[in-house]
Design a protein. Structure first.
Ligand code: NAD
Length: 481
């Protein structure tokens, strides 16, 4: 049975929080006992669990599409392309490569240790906690889970309460596939997350905002629990004067308005060379209209803002900006609809240029000197993603070299996320650690360094009393270490 506990408002619920806390400690205790049986360390077991998970997702695919439609208004094609399909790809990649990844990795041993062998052994941490966000609620809970299982851990999931339909279908899948002593799921909001975080886990994988990331990191520090923090921030997008402006606009419009701008690595704002700004805005308008029609509210491909709170936050960002709305700007709170919106030249001190937008609003700021524009970005927290549209390899290199970011993409947006051969994560305030493909397996594994010494020979050099002088020892270090 999977734990299914809904959080209630704080005031009336002290006993319920206690119930949740008890259910959580029971679940952790059961998982600790199961982990101690060593069953999860068996590679065949892990692969079988991943295969079962894949099959159950396939069986629930229509329900997942329906849930994503209800939570975020996502079209099923988008739900496959940006959620379910990515989970299948990760599962397949992992099932194919796991035996290889999990093998002990032999490394060389300095002569000084003669005679010995050294290797790195990947061991599971134990019981891991995965806390997910609402924007890609299926994918961002399931991708870490794939890695947690692949590495041989037990896992507890806490998906976001704001995408409640997706959380419910995820729970049904988890319930169907796994015994709770191996993998279980708690539904609920911050209070449930806080109740979970009071416990000692062996690893915590959190995806969400930078502010909550700090709360999670503090809670983890209490137990010295290692973490992956996949956080957010403002991801800048440079469009240089040498860029292919038409294709840049197409790719920016796609990445920005995907999931109604509620994508952690969406281009947050554009810094464009003044000579191509007007053309870029004109082309953006064209592609937004091509993608979503004259009235995006009627488009099956355009979803909705997750809730009223975010709607109002976004409305305030637009209303308080000194920039000019040159496209869109339609808001309807009853349908949580905000049309794709372009804001020309906001002030860098406007709220819209200070906080992560996380919605379908695209500020465009022109520059005439790339170095000055880059300085503006460098003064800010390190972004999760960085985009540069340019035909000049020199400018591409300069931007990548000078601006630190979690990931980057040249002449496209968002695409770098979907490559299992590269780790994905933030840096500085946009996150700690990374995952995807092999790096998800590595994130959930402790790489134990092992040296195995021969019993046949035992050189006397290190033993006391010292039989050589310091000069000889220095020489030996140079030659043998
Ligand atoms: P959030 O931080 O509000 O919530 C994330 C999770 O934390 C949810 O499960 C929520 O229930 C829980 N939570 C909320 N408040 C909490 C608290 N006080 N204590 C403990 N847990 C708490 O984030 P969100 O609104 O779900 O997601 C949006 C943010 O996530 C954006 O900043 C976005 O950039 C970021 N994000 C990052 C990535 C990435 O891969 N780096 C992916 C998606 C979203």
């Amino acid at each position: 049975m999977t734990m299914m506990i809904q959080a209630e408002p704080q005031t009336a619920i002290v006993p319920q929080i206690q119930d949740i806390s008890h259910a959580i400690s029971d679940a952790i205790q059961q998982q600790r006992a199961f982990f101690a049986t060593n069953q999860t360390k068996n590679i065949d077991f892990r692969i079988a669990q991943l295969q079962k998970l894949r099959k159950a997702i396939e069986e629930h695919e229509p329900e997942i599409f329906e849930a994503l439609q209800q939570d975020l208004g996502k079209h099923y094609m988008e739900s496959f392309g940006t959620e379910v399909g990515l989970v299948y790809a990760e599962l397949d990649h992992c099932i194919t490569n796991l035996r290889q990844w999990a093998k002990d990795k032999k490394v060389s041993t300095p002569m000084f240790h003669f005679k010995a062998e050294s290797f790195v052994q990947y061991e599971p941490y134990g019981i891991v906690l995965i806390i997910g966000p609402w924007n890609y609620p299926f994918q961002l809970s399931l991708l870490p889970l794939v890695g947690a299982i692949a590495a041989g851990n037990c896992a507890i999931l806490k998906p976001s309460e704001l995408a409640s339909h997706t959380a419910a279908v995820t729970r049904r899948i988890i319930e169907k596939v796994f015994t709770p002593k191996f993998v279980t799921l708690f539904e609920g909001g911050p209070d449930v997350a806080q109740a979970l975080l009071k416990n000692k886990f062996d690893y915590i994988f959190f995806t969400g905002s930078t502010s909550v990331g700090k709360i999670v990191y503090k809670a983890a520090a209490e137990h010295l629990t290692p973490v992956t923090l996949e956080l957010g921030g403002k991801s800048p997008c440079f469009v240089d004067k040498t860029a292919d402006v038409d294709l840049s606009a197409k790719r920016i419009a796609w990445g920005k308005f995907l999931n109604v701008g509620q994508t952690c690595i969406a281009p947050d704002y554009i810094l464009v060379h003044e000579s191509v700004k007007d053309l870029l805005i004109e082309r953006l308008k064209k592609y937004i209209t091509d993608f979503y029609g004259q009235n995006p509210r009627q488009s099956a491909y355009y979803g909705k803002i997750i809730n009223e709170r975010n709607f109002k936050r976004l409305q305030h960002l637009v209303n308080s900006s000194s920039g000019k709305v040159v496209f869109g700007g339609d808001f309807s709170i009853t349908s949580l609809y905000i049309s794709p919106t372009i804001i020309d030249n906001p002030d860098m001190n406007d709220a819209i240029m200070q906080e992560e937008i996380f919605g379908p609003i695209l500020p465009i700021i022109s520059y005439n000197n790339l170095a000055t524009a880059m300085e503006e970005v460098k003064m800010r927290p390190k972004p999760l993603a960085l985009y540069v549209f340019s035909r000049s390899s020199e400018i591409q290199r300069k931007v990548l070299q000078e601006i630190s970011s979690g990931s980057a993409c040249i002449n496209d947006t968002v695409a770098q996320f979907a490559n299992s051969n590269m780790s994905f994560g933030g840096v500085g305030e946009s996150g700690i650690g990374g995952y995807h493909g092999k790096s998800t397996f590595e994130a959930f594994s402790h790489a134990k360094s092992v040296m195995s010494k021969s019993l046949i020979i035992d050189p006397p050099l290190r033993y006391l009393p010292f039989k050589m002088n310091l000069a000889t020892l220095k020489l030996l270090f140079k030659k043998l270490v």
